[in-house]
Write a protein that binds this ligand. Structure first.
Ligand code: 3PG
Length: 400
């Protein structure tokens, strides 16, 4: 983007593909981290006199307009953060979008509606995606890719559109890639990775890759129970992905052989039922050993002994990557595991990276100071796929 700014953007229409896919509760944004993350790019372009057209997806609507997934709240928040009015178009490539862009003066910003309201955005068919990309290209003279959270998606606005316009990477993408390179090229050791989240299936590829790269792997969250089951323990009503057990067994064996320390919870917080996240009514959890989960109980967070264990395993790390909450942190009774891991990163002298929507949101909702971490990535799936060593469509499209 510095190259673009040096060439000059005054009066040019610059399309910024951002990731404004923020969590919403009843239409209210609960974490605006992704909007703040794209501000440097939008501000720099606006200050240089560009007519800035910001676009993003939000959630997973089914290729048609759906008010529940409108980008309007994100557009309003962007305006507040910029301290300037932001025009909002109620369609993506229709008359409203063209009117909004035509009405821009140099230095002004417009947001178009959720890109996924058009089936062409996510289509697997190259022609359909290409047609939508052509329509988007008509709105701009230049493309800036800055939606790091979506670069792993081969979508029209991420992959096909940059091929149709002069294209540049924004500040956010440049920062994110710079940080992830530190984890993949010549990483400082010990390199400790904490992985949580609900599903082990989402993390299989990254575990596979990390078994050859990391020194220590700490497993928490819902996916830990599939590991415990694979070790032969009963897990009661806890989350289980039975079909993943063979893969998990293979990883447990491979970790032994390669000398990677794969650490599982030694205790867990259980309750009879999944807690009510709306009322946050007390769930009265009890801590039990990880190999003694009662049949009528569900594991919902790592236990106090595991919190201490994981903190000690993180204490000497020179590099830490953490993705995925350790428990159901949205409920106060099950937030302590996630808090303990976040605190261990804060206390670490190493370079710490928080990857992913949920863990990044957890850090902020639990009240941690973002500056206490080396880097908080805006990309969940994107940062994992980068670490898996995959070619990411949205980065490949910007490379030339
Ligand atoms: C994310 O939240 O990880 C990104 O915004 C991508 O969203 P998606 O998984 O719906 O493509």
């Amino acid at each position: 983007i510095d190259e673009l700014l040096a060439e000059g953007v005054d009066g040019k229409r610059v399309f910024v593909r951002a990731d404004l896919n923020v969590p919403l509760a009843d239409g209210v944004i609960t974490d605006d981290g992704r909007i703040r993350a794209v501000l440097p790019t939008v501000k720099a372009l606006a200050e240089a006199g560009a007519k800035v057209v910001v676009a993003s997806h939000l959630g997973r609507p089914k290729g048609a307009p759906d008010p529940a997934f409108s980008l309007l709240p994100a557009a309003e928040r962007l305006g507040e953060l910029l301290g300037a009015p932001v025009a909002f178009a109620q369609d993506t490539v229709g008359p409203a979008a063209h009117d909004a862009v035509d009405g821009l003066q140099p230095g002004q910003v417009a947001v178009i509606e959720n890109l996924r309201f058009n089936p062409g955005e996510t289509s697997k068919d190259d022609t359909e995606r290409g047609e939508f990309a052509d329509a988007l290209a008509a709105l701009a003279d230049v493309y800036v890719g800055d939606g790091f959270g979506a670069v792993h998606r081969k979508h029209a606005s991420v992959y096909d559109l940059p091929a149709r316009l002069p294209h540049y990477a924004g500040y956010l993408i440049a920062t994110e890639v710079g940080v992830l390179k530190k984890l993949t090229e010549d990483v400082k050791r010990p390199y400790v990775v904490a992985l949580g989240g609900a599903k082990v299936s989402d993390k299989l590829a990254v575990i596979d890759e990390l078994l050859g790269k990391a020194d220590r792997l700490l497993i928490g969250g819902g996916m830990a129970y599939t590991f415990l089951k694979a070790q032969g323990h009963e897990i009661g009503k806890s989350l289980l992905q039975e079909d993943q057990i063979p893969a998990v067994r293979e990883y447990l064996e491979r970790a032994e052989k390669t000398g990677v320390e794969l650490v599982l919870p030694v205790d867990t917080l259980v309750a009879p039922d999944f807690p009510d996240l709306k009322t946050k009514a007390p769930a009265n959890p009890t801590a039990v050993a990880a190999d003694a989960i009662p049949a009528d109980q569900e594991g919902l967070d790592i236990g106090p002994e595991t919190r201490k264990l994981y903190a000690s395993k993180l204490a000497d790390a020179a590099t830490v990557f953490w993705n995925g909450p350790m428990g159901v942190f949205e409920h106060p009774d099950f937030a302590e595991g996630t808090r303990a891991v976040a605190q261990a990163l804060v206390d670490s002298d190493g370079f710490t990276v928080v990857g992913g929507g949920d863990s990044a949101a957890a850090v902020r909702t639990l009240g941690f100071d973002e500056s206490a971490f080396g880097h908080i990535s805006t990309g969940g799936g994107a940062s994992l796929e980068y670490l898996e060593g995959k070619t990411l469509p949205g980065l490949a499209a910007l490379e030339d």
